[in-house]
Design a protein around this ligand. Structure first.
Ligand code: ATP
Ligand code: MG
Length: 767
């Protein structure tokens, strides 16, 4: 497919290919492949690799095969192979051919016999343990096998017997004869074939009793298919000499396939290895491979994320030669960016409380003509512009949008306060009812009837809230998703399962406006003020309305860890009884539980409260940080996650970070002078070096750059370097905005504030 230019790969690999094409290395030909092992469901890392291989080859008019690396019969199956193939097509690519390493087993075997004849391979009859023990170490040479000088005729005979299943597993292997003293351990007579006599291969059945190892299969497959650029992840760089050695040994002449490596994609707060993902499924942490919280293609599809967003994310994350970790916020940005101009806005109330408009009669309905789209969005051509929204005496509003005792700066409904019911009218709260437990059961208000359908411009209201008229509302279930892990780098923990976020799924019952009833089931909506949603494709099938949150409107995690903005209401501490599937306090003693509860009520996160309750030294640092002006919740997160991570094995007593400096770090975040992502390195620096927060920020060069002077060079360069895209943008192709954001971010200084950058870019483009 012709990829839109805002998600086309643009990186060092493209440069390498461009040079080869220009130099006519392969007569200008480009051929790549995506080579998954069908041993699990595809994940975001595979998506990155698919985008890279298919995207790059496509840019050069080349070909790209999907090749299953099906050399390990014990863990592979058809179901996984189908899921991988589906993922390629879902992402928008069509393989030139779908092929299997097993297609080449005959050819590989013939080549192996050839190597034996040439004295370049031999059958070793030691066990794999013995072979391993004799490989030596990085500093010591290995020892030659006693079978290394076996006569080629004998090796050939044994190899043929191995192939026919006449020898048990582990009795022999075929090895390449290279150099047991080679500084690169991969070159010390590597294994080419091992016996798996009883394994059933999902394609070749029991035809083969021996199976090739990855290194022996991969380059040979590339050569057979005429691959030009064979891209793999960084950890294979030590395998490259072996890749080339095999090609030399079987006599493939230049120009031939070459291996290039890039850093695998890691994303904050998630895990990506198939093995770990399987554990989440098998332990029941998630509902399956397609659970919307999973970083799998199946999970993304079920959640309502579109392939456009994943491709865009892949291009924003980019391709690098060094391992790193990509912010989850970038993925969320790509998803929002994709949905923004295709998702009609509607209103839904996820946690309802009744509001009675006393000066409307029961049975009276006013039907408003409400816009589906905000002014700054260009909707799809054929999309309807408005929908009818009924307003009546009783409406549902969000429980969190009312406070009986509002804190200073409250921007929603409260006694005697006025708010605008979005698209509707201004209402003034005249009273409310509670039940015995003090829970609000009903709110009363009067409407200013002059304000119907007129935006209350210039009128002093507290804020605007969303709502749904009760009588005509449709009941719906809302599934709100949060990140699956509460730790930014679960992979780095001893046991990643300890970092599972118990609140990653919250299910609510509420109401949605009736207009959605007539829409196609796969419509992606923006629920105003809440987030992007669509109907769960499976659980809505029966006619129930079950909505999955695709992405929230803002980065909720950043908001949670940031000091509360002055106008934000103070978060109600969550009742402890509401503890999710796993209670973090379950391991605490009676006394610790009390401390835990006290901390939780003060607003500290439950996970963090449990850690602090059990650790007096850490709690004392937390208390001093709060005493130095930090918010409770933020200080809890900082001490429990960032400080502990910075400590590693160091005792807390040796840490040089002062509570004042820690509090000041949080203040910098609140002041937008530091991004939340930069907090980890700053805390690390404070812990090991001491000093003040601004000093640390300065030393690490992490100041947030949000001013025009700091960002302008990147913006100007992004526009100047892409005149063609700029012209197309000016000609009305406004979806290129995301492309320019990506281009500018790539050129921007460390710490660049993406929001400020977007705002400036918008100005520059006159958008
Ligand atoms: P896993 O650890 O999940 O099993 P893998 O690398 O073994 O990953 P394969 O199915 O063998 O997975 O890989 C298929 C292709 O996808 C390979 O080319 C591999 O380099 C690429 N790939 C896998 N994970 C990532 C990742 N996180 N980032 C980029 N590419 C990846
Ligand atoms: Mg693997």
């Amino acid at each position: 497919m012709a990829d839109s230019s805002d998600s086309r790969p643009d990186n060092f690999l493209r440069d390498i290919i461009a040079r080869d094409v220009e130099a006519g290395t392969h007569a200008g030909r480009v051929a790549m492949r995506f080579p998954p092992e069908p041993n699990g469901y595809p994940h975001l890392g595979h998506a990155q690799s698919i985008w890279l291989n298919f995207g790059l080859s496509g840019q050069f008019g080349g070909k790209c095969n999907l090749r299953f690396d099906d050399t390990n019969p014990e863990t592979e199956n058809e179901e996984f192979a189908r899921a991988l193939e589906d993922a390629v097509r879902w992402l928008g690519y069509e393989p030139t051919a779908v092929v299997y390493a097993s297609d080449y087993f005959d050819q590989m075997y013939a080549w192996a016999q050839d190597l034996v004849r040439k004295g370049l391979a031999y059958v070793d009859s030691q066990s794999e343990d013995e072979i391993r023990a004799m490989r030596g170490t990085v500093t010591e040479a290995g020892t030659n096998s006693p079978f290394r000088d076996r006569a080629p005729e004998e090796s050939l005979r044994l190899l043929e017997e191995m192939r026919r299943g006449e020898h048990p597993d582990g009795s022999h292997v075929l090895r390449a004869k290279i150099d047991m003293a080679h500084p690169n351990m991969k070159m010390r007579d590597p294994l080419m074939y091992r016996i798996r006599r009883d394994a059933h291969h999902y394609r070749t059945g029991t035809d083969w009793a021996i199976y090739p190892l990855y290194d022996w299969a991969h380059g040979q497959g590339d050569a057979i298919e005429g691959i030009t650029h064979s891209v793999c992840t960084l950890e294979f760089d030590v395998n490259r000499p072996l890749y080339d050695w095999y090609l030399d040994a079987i006599g493939i002449p230049e120009p031939r396939n070459h291996q290039y490596e890039f850093a695998r994609l890691n994303v904050e707060a998630t895990v990506m290895s198939k093995r770990k993902l399987r554990r989440l499924v098998e332990d029941g942490v998630v509902a399956g491979w397609d659970d919307p919280r999973m970083p799998t293609i199946a999970g993304f599809r079920r959640r309502g994320i579109r392939p456009e967003a994943i491709r865009h994310f892949a291009s924003l994350a980019g391709v690098s030669k060094v391992n790193g970790r990509t912010d989850l916020a970038l993925l969320e940005h790509a998803i929002r960016d994709d949905l923004n101009s295709i998702a009609p806005r509607v209103m839904a109330v996820t946690d309802p409380v009744r509001l009675v408009i006393e000066n409307m009669a029961s049975g009276e309905t006013k039907t408003l003509d409400a816009p589906y789209w905000p002014d700054d969005v260009t909707p799809p051509e054929a999309a309807p512009k408005t929908r009818p929204v009924p307003l009546a005496r009783e409406v549902w509003i969000e429980r969190a949008d009312f406070s009986a005792d509002p804190p200073k700066g409250w921007r929603r409904l409260a006694p005697d306060a006025e708010v605008w019911l979005r698209h509707g009218c201004v209402v003034k709260c005249t009273g409310f009812e509670t039940d015995d437990a003090g829970e609000i059961t009903e709110i009363r208000a009067t409407a200013d009837l002059d304000t119907f359908e007129n935006d209350p411009v210039g009128r002093k209201v507290r804020g605007a809230i969303h709502w749904v008229a009760a009588e005509t509302a449709l009941p719906a279930t809302f599934r709100l998703y949060d990140r699956l892990f509460s730790h930014p780098a679960p992979d780095e923990l001893e046991d990643f399962m300890t970092a599972v976020n118990p609140d990653s799924l919250v299910t609510r019952k509420g109401w949605i406006e009736p207009s959605v009833a007539g829409d196609p089931a796969d419509t992606r909506y923006q629920f105003e003020r809440t987030g992007f949603f669509w109907q769960d494709p499976e659980d809505s099938a029966s006619g129930d309305l079950v909505f999955n949150q695709i992405v929230s409107l803002k980065d909720g995690w950043a908001r949670k860890t940031k000091a509360p903005a002055p106008e934000a209401p103070k978060a109600e501490p969550k009742p402890l009884a509401e503890a999710g599937p796993r209670d973090p306090a379950s391991a605490l003693s009676e006394a610790e539980r009390e401390t835990y509860s006290a901390l939780a009520v003060r607003g500290v996160g439950r996970e963090e409260a449990a850690v602090l309750a059990a650790d007096n030294a850490l709690r004392s640092l937390f208390e001093s940080t709060v005493a130095s002006g930090a918010g409770e919740k933020e200080a809890g997160t900082l001490v429990v996650h960032d400080v502990r991570r910075a400590l590693g094995d160091m005792p807390l007593a040796d840490a040089k970070a002062s509570p004042e400096a820690l509090a000041a770090t949080l203040q910098l975040v609140a002041d937008n002078a530091l991004t939340r992502n930069a907090v980890g390195p700053v805390v690390s620096h404070l812990v090991s070096e001491g000093g003040s927060a601004p000093e640390a920020v300065e030393k690490l060069g992490l100041s947030a750059v949000s001013d025009e002077a700091g960002l302008a060079p990147a913006l100007d360069a992004a526009l100047a370097d892409n005149p063609e895209e700029l012209a197309r943008y000016r000609a009305g192709e406004t979806k290129l905005f995301g492309f320019f954001v990506g281009q500018a971010m790539r050129r921007a200084p460390k710490g660049a504030d993406p929001k400020a950058l977007q705002a400036l870019l918008r100005q520059r483009l006159g958008a």
